[in-house]
Design a protein around this ligand. Sequence first.
Ligand code: PEP
Ligand code: MG
Length: 563
Amino acid sequence: MVKGYAIGKAAIMSAAALEVAHYRIAPEEVAGECKRLKNALITARDELKVMASTLPDDAPRELGPLLTVHSLLLDDPMLSEQSCDLILERHYNAEWALTTQGQLLVEQFSMMEDEYLRERGADIRQVIERVLRVLSGSTALLPDLDAGDSNDPLIVVARDISPADMLRLRGARFAAFLTDLGGPTSHTAIVARSMNVPAIVGLGHIRMLVRDGDVLIVDGFTGVVLVNPSEQVLQEYRDRQTLYAEERAQLALLRDAPAVTLDGIHIRLEANIELPEEALAAMQAGADGIGLFRSEFLFMGRRDLPTEEEQYEAYSSVVKAMEGRPVTIRTLDLGADKTLDGDITVATNPALGLRAIRYCLANPEIFVTQLRALLRASLHGHVRILIPMISHMHEVHATRLAIERACSELEVAGIPYARNISLGAMVEIPAIAIAIEPFVETLDFLSIGTNDLIQYTLAIDRGDSEVADLYDPMHPAVLRLIAHTINAAERAGKPVAVCGEIAGDSRVTRMLLGLGLTEFSMHPQQLLDVKKEVRQAHSNALRVKVASALNRAERIDLASLSN
Ligand code: PEP
Ligand code: MG
């Protein structure tokens, strides 16, 4: 879901795959049918390549790589050769052969354990949709809705929206996107978020329930869509829209205001980013630094590994953009829900397997290359190295040895780098939160990754919707682990942050202040909401209330924490 309200007219996007004709062709037409299919694949691929190379300057930054991935899929023999085999052996028409082969590939993806790869089945579906449109000779994406009639913005209702379609839709006036397919990491959601347009994905059957031209209200906060609402309801949502816009404008005024509680405690508010370009959004939100740069996103969605030079450029660009503010770069956190493309070996339980620092220590060449890039980038500002998924002290020692190796390699090669870089660890595994003291002593800083800490404490897979209701950030056991970590760091005078999703949830800001937290790291868009809460809170009073509930291992009643 992408937050926000939208009111507009439904425009249903055609789904060629649903309307495809199935017929058998005569044996003498087989060769010609294969050629027709191959030509359509080439045309669709070339269109995507052209789009990728002629992107307008203001296109969302994800589009280029996504279009390239789609054009590569069209080159894949699994799609073209095997579809042609269906034409040759079963005499299917080109459209039928392509959708049959595509369905097979989508099913293979859907059985993968990895959520990211599972969702990549959507890419196959989208490229097939494109080829089908080439085969049918039709290029219209949306119905022509009496354009002269009103200025109502359009709400695109689609089975799924490919990145290439997104690009074609950009010229029109869009208020929101609704799709039947897709999940939180689907491209529609990612691109909609970066275009700042409300979106609800994975609705199931929205295309069956809505007709072209219906008036829709999209509530991107609750995931609700209202079809042809009454004038009274429309007015209610227009009022909500206005109020929300006013709130955002008010919040924007807080950008340069200090994040200080009513009792004078200074709170650091930093940003989580996944790609270097997002440093700009962090600066625009007034972030005190980058609390978490998930470096693995530089490694994902490609077939090769980024070189030291590429990584150095990426890290340096963030460091420079942040103009002296600290930039905390987490070393590669691959495994579980994040894997290198093509690397689909699934461990028995990937969340408990060779992920994050375990993966890096097992692949020293990859790790040391990244460390060299980090050490070099830190010449341009203040870099802090953050290690994910630490559970043992020997992993900290091994990391230090790897850093020493990276330093001496740079030394020998005469490449300049910064010495004495700070080293911190993510607190994501209950074991280290419980026995945190020696880690606090050894490391320069800590960052609590509540997303994983909750998953491992409660034995709830964070990506499994079947148990999502049990994923409970407010569980007293989770809060005790966070409190214990913060207290130990406070005693040792070492900085500690929370960089999991709860740090950006303004509904729990007071609770985190009550746990003694003074550093929060979150998506840049959430920063001002959290700052507003901080400025209205009385930190010491909250500490007393939260400590007494935690002593009794009681659930904390958030309402009791308001002033
Ligand atoms: C976390 O686990 O809380 C965290 C910030 O890391 P990620 O979400 O990338 O696993
Ligand atoms: Mg994590």
